[in-house]
Design a binder for this molecule. Structure first.
Ligand code: F6R
Length: 240
């Protein structure tokens, strides 16, 4: 794992955007795996700026990690809406080349199979962006007694519902289930860009990087991947 230490969130966002832009420049038809959440917002803002300055998304395809079950695309808190607002609406990517699991699918299990097949049909992910949850989740793969392999329908933990309730008027409104790429789906990406900032992530980052590889800390599986670049600010690295 390469570790790039930055002084703060702004610098981490700029460095992560630089790495993503390099991937797109070197392979204009890259398949990029994307994440939502607070952490990547600054990176997406940097990518929007880069696009204004010539970074070309016209041949890029994206696949997002996850989506809530039961939220229509136009819902303010759906991950589709998040991606449109933070990135897709502001860069020259073709809308039909942007993919998220369909949280409104009648049969969530069948949707997981479709999404997994879609990623395979694209030839896999060239660069996957990841954040990390306070409990060590990646995508929505929550701590468990086993690694869940393929794209699957997940029941969110109380901690994740609590963490995500900041975007809803109450915890009751947070969907209880989500569709998420599985651990094997994520690990098949050729490159992984892990972006982590803030003191509140310091302890879990230490466990993920130096602790045992265990499904109790899903992000610890990244120790097994041959090409992970961690971009983290001094706060997130403070426990290492
Ligand atoms: C989001 C995702 C999650 C987040 C994680 C961190 O698509 O897959 O694993 O990356 O929950 O979220 P933030 O950045 O809000 O702390």
């Amino acid at each position: 794992m390469r570790i790039i230490r930055t002084k703060d969130y702004a610098e981490a966002s700029a460095v992560a955007a630089e790495l993503m832009a390099a991937q797109i420049t070197l392979k204009p038809d890259s398949v990029i795996g994307l994440a939502t959440g607070s952490t990547p917002c600054g990176m997406y803002a940097n990518l929007v700026e880069k696009c204004k300055n010539g970074l070309d998304f016209s041949a890029v395809t994206t696949v997002n990690l996850d989506e809530y079950v039961g939220l229509p695309a136009e819902h303010e808190q759906s991950y589709r809406k998040f991606m449109n607002t933070n990135l897709f609406d502001h860069v020259n990517i073709k809308p039909e080349n942007t993919h998220l699991p369909n949280g409104m699918a009648e049969d969530p299990e069948a949707e997981c199979v479709r999404y997994e097949a879609l990623i395979n049909s694209l030839g896999g992910v060239d660069m996957q962006l990841l954040g990390i949850g306070h409990n060590g989740h990646i995508g929505f793969n929550e701590p468990s007694d086993r690694f869940v392999c393929d794209t699957n329908c997940i029941t969110l933990t109380a901690r994740t519902i609590e963490a995500n309730s900041r975007f809803f008027s109450s915890a009751d409104e947070v969907p209880k289930r989500a569709l998420s790429m599985g651990i094997r789906t994520i690990l098949r990406a050729k490159r992984i860009l892990l972006l982590i900032t803030g003191t509140d992530k310091a302890e879990i980052l230490k466990k993920a990087v130096y602790g045992p590889v265990t499904p109790e800390v899903p992000a610890s599986i990244l120790q097994m991947h041959p090409d992970v670049t961690l971009v983290a600010d001094a706060d997130a690295l403070s426990a290492l």
